[in-house]
Design a protein around this ligand. Structure first.
Ligand SMILES: [Zn+2]
Length: 79
C-alpha cells in the first residue's frame, strides 16, 4: 500500500502504476479498457496520442519505482 512517508514523486509514480494495474485488471475481467474509454475518443487521428501518453507515463513510473526505490525525500525528513 501507499506509504505516507513517501515523497510526492514516489506517490505520483505509485498512483500511475496503480492506475495501470487497475486498467489491466478491468481489461482482464470485463474487457473494459478504462484509459481507452476516457482518452481514446480524443485521440488525434489513429495515433491515440493522449491514451499512449498515459501508457508511457505508467511504464516510466513503474521503471522509476523499480530502479530508484525510495529516495532521501521519502524517509520522513530524516537527514
Ligand atoms: Zn521518493
Amino acid at each position: 500500500m501507499m506509504n505516507s512517508s513517501w515523497c510526492v514523486v514516489h506517490k505520483i509514480a505509485w498512483v500511475l502504476v496503480f492506475i495501470g494495474a487497475i486498467n489491466w485488471g478491468l481489461i482482464g475481467f470485463f474487457d473494459l479498457n478504462l484509459v481507452h474509454a476516457i482518452l481514446g475518443g480524443i485521440g488525434l487521428g489513429a495515433s491515440n496520442t493522449p491514451e499512449r501518453v498515459v501508457y508511457a507515463l505508467v511504464g516510466l513510473a513503474a521503471l522509476f519505482s523499480c530502479t530508484c526505490g525510495m529516495c532521501k525525500m521519502c524517509k520522513g525528513g530524516k537527514k
